[in-house]
Design a protein around this ligand. Structure first.
Ligand code: GLU
Ligand code: ZN
Length: 289
């Protein structure tokens, strides 16, 4: 039996920046504290968004920062048959329907209005949606506290395979995180509102729901999340210790002055002994970087 695990799941859309370093570090420290493995999964299904060289840059950056993962790197692109098998199962059980609504038609609506729900459309040129229901999904987030969401009120029936044939993030993530081995999903606060959708899918697929913890986001001077879209700078892999010292305060950790002289591995070992996800509970949900 494989050991219990946590995971870091970057999309290969660009190099790591301070925001993704924070998410990687939080899930790494949590996995080490739990005595489990830390897996790296590359979320590379959205091929039009993949950037050549980004995966290599991300992995090199993790290594440089002492964030050494366990086992082989997992790539979602190599697991498409499992996602298709899950989609088949959902479809056979009547949980899905095809939808031909154009983007234009759905514009401005955060909740799918159910237009194609009862139309029994065929696959040609259609996206596939999973049916949601009015039973609230409740979970205790390790950082954000109790969360309750009724999917029919928030997003409605959502897409699990896009019109272009690409398996949607929600489905692939639910299949991967719903494996018995994955016990904890520690990631950025921006992903909190995907969680109820993922739990819905994990339940329909009879997977095992992991514990979730959504850590504070790093935001720039104008309050935007650090991301490729907001032109977050790539990490300088030549100064890993300084980079880690820069993000650790967002995890409630203030390394001692001597830490500047340590290797990233030493600093992470210290941090793993001090880190408390629980202590983040009453803290802010974002940090100015
Ligand atoms: N790959 C996605 C991202 O980088 C989501 C990962 C996750 O679920 O942790 O934003
Ligand atoms: Zn539709």
């Amino acid at each position: 039996m494989a050991a219990d695990a946590g995971r870091f799941a970057p999309s290969p859309t660009g190099p790591l920046h301070f925001g993704s370093l924070l998410a990687a570090t939080a899930s790494f420290l949590d996995a080490r504290q739990q005595g489990g493995d830390w897996l790296v999964r590359i979320d590379d299904l959205d091929t039009p968004r993949n950037v050549p060289g980004a995966e290599d840059a991300i992995l090199a950056s993790l290594e440089a920062h002492g964030l050494h993962w366990d086992g082989p790197v997992i790539r979602q692109s190599e697991r498409v048959s499992r996602y298709e098998e899950a989609i088949d199962r959902l479809s056979r059980a009547g949980h899905t329907f095809y939808c031909t609504c154009s983007r234009k038609r759905l514009k401005g609506q955060t909740r799918y209005p159910g237009t194609c729900r009862h139309l029994s459309l065929s696959a040609a040129g259609a996206a596939l949606r999973v049916r949601t229901n009015a039973t609230p999904i409740a979970f205790e987030d390790l950082v954000a506290g109790p969360i309750r969401e009724t999917l029919t009120d928030t997003v409605g029936d959502f897409v699990i395979r896009r019109r272009d044939g690409i398996v949607a993030y929600q489905l692939a993530t639910a299949v991967d995180d719903g494996q018995a081995r994955i016990k904890r999903v520690i990631r950025g606060r921006d992903l909190l509102d995907n969680t109820a959708r993922q739990i819905h899918l994990i339940r329909l697929l009879e997977g095992e729901t992991p514990a979730y913890g959504h850590i504070p986001l790093l935001v720039n001077g104008t309050g935007q999340k650090l991301s490729k879209q907001t032109f977050a700078q790539a990490l300088d892999d030549r100064r890993p210790t300084a980079n880690l010292i820069h993000v650790l305060p967002a995890l409630g950790l203030s390394p001692p002055a001597e830490a500047r002289a340590s290797t990233p591995e030493q600093l992470l070992a210290w941090a793993a002994g001090t880190f408390s996800l629980k202590a983040l509970r009453d803290g802010p949900s974002s940090y100015r970087h």
